[in-house]
Design a protein around this ligand. Structure first.
Ligand SMILES: *[C@@H]1O[C@H](CO)[C@@H](O)[C@H](O)[C@H]1NC(C)=O
Ligand SMILES: *[C@@H]1O[C@H](CO)[C@@H](O)[C@H](O)[C@H]1NC(C)=O
Ligand SMILES: *[C@@H]1O[C@H](CO)[C@@H](O)[C@H](O)[C@H]1NC(C)=O
Ligand SMILES: *[C@@H]1O[C@H](CO)[C@@H](O)[C@H](O)[C@H]1NC(C)=O
Length: 294
């Protein structure tokens, strides 16, 4: 073996020892684990377990691939700019999942010039699987108006509102609300009746509904109007009876006092002047005059 051959071998051995060390150095960063999608109410987040390197800040970058990229664009991946070299282990991918088709997502860790391999979702994500929560709502009565307030979940959401008069469950009304401005007026209530409301969200883009919210019931004003009406009616009847009865009473009294008065001419000071005493006085004067003229 010549010197040059020995030298070449030495370099070869050195290279074969050092090269793997170098590539090991490059591959030192492990790929993020436990990559998954959390999707609730059409808001989608990619999450993963952190890659920890003591004393260092690991960064992450996320890319996605829709059906189009996968099938018609050479399987290219599109970087998500909001999730490029981020330090948190979550990426909001809501705006990137824009169609109801299967999406693939991947993430890798970076530390300086070192990067990890990509970690890819095990199962493609379709937003049709989003978890729809029952709507948060407030039911109230404003006078005779049955009102409901729903949380605003954005333009993709509609609400199916069902309401009925308690005890008349077979007669359920349905109202669909597309845009929640503030408070929705459902109906005018009958006095003293109790009304119940439940609702579910509906997302047209995926043709799916949430479960129903809990049922909330409210009672209309407690017959306030009918009591007022009754009071008015009773007062009116009383007034009519009074008006009709008064002349009769006056006539009857004059009949009674016609024969029982006259000895008393001067009334005691303590006597309260009432209608009857006035009538009494009137009839006495009348009788007195009558007697005088006889
Ligand atoms: C992945 O999740 C499992 C269970 O939640 C946990 O035990 C494991 O430590 C996680 N892996 C990493 C790399 O954090
Ligand atoms: C995620 O992105 C969507 C769409 O841009 C936005 O409406 C939502 O508020 C974001 N959520 C969070 C927690 O940042
Ligand atoms: C939505 O789903 C229902 C069944 O849950 C189905 O009857 C209806 O045809 C679907 N509508 C559309 C537009 O796909
Ligand atoms: C809807 O309700 C059913 C039965 O109560 C339950 O099993 C299911 O998990 C609920 N679905 C959602 C999306 O909350």
């Amino acid at each position: 073996m010549s010197l040059s051959e020995m030298f070449t071998s030495l370099i070869f051995i050195l290279c074969s020892v050092i090269a793997p060390l170098l590539t090991d150095e490059e591959a030192l960063l492990p790929a993020p684990q436990n990559i998954s999608i959390l999707s609730t109410n059409m808001k989608h987040f990619l999450t993963w377990s952190p890659v920890t390197v003591p004393g260092e800040t690991v960064r992450y970058s996320v890319e996605f691939q829709g059906e189009y990229e996968r099938d018609y664009a050479n399987e290219i991946w599109i970087p998500i700019s909001e999730c490029s070299l981020i330090i948190v282990t979550q990426c909001n991918v809501t705006d990137d999942i824009s169609a109801t088709v299967p999406y693939n997502l991947r993430v890798r860790a970076n530390l300086g010039s070192r990067g990890s391999k990509w970690s890819t979702l095990k199962v493609l994500f379709n937003r049709i699987t989003t978890f729809l929560t029952p709507p948060v709502m407030e039911v109230s009565a404003d006078g005779y108006h049955l009102l409901v307030k729903l949380e605003n979940l954005g333009p993709a959401f509609q609400f199916h509102i069902f309401y009925w008069r308690k005890g008349q469950e077979s007669w359920v009304h349905k109202k669909t609300v597309k845009e929640i401005s503030s408070v929705v007026h459902l109906d005018t209530m009958e006095a003293g009746a109790e009304y119940c409301v439940k609702a579910q969200t509906y997302v047209e883009a995926i043709n799916r509904s949430s479960n129903f919210s809990q049922t909330h019931c409210v009672r209309g004003p407690d017959g306030g109007r009918s009591i007022w009406m009754m009071t008015v009616m009773v007062s009116f009847v009383g007034f009519v009876v009074g008006v009709l009865a008064l002349p009769f009473l006056a006539w009857k009294m004059s009949q009674i006092f016609q024969y029982s008065c006259c000895p008393v001419v001067v009334l005691p000071d303590t006597l309260v002047i009432s209608l009857s005493s006035l009538l009494f006085l009137g009839c006495c004067i009348f009788r007195g005059r009558k007697r005088l003229s006889e």
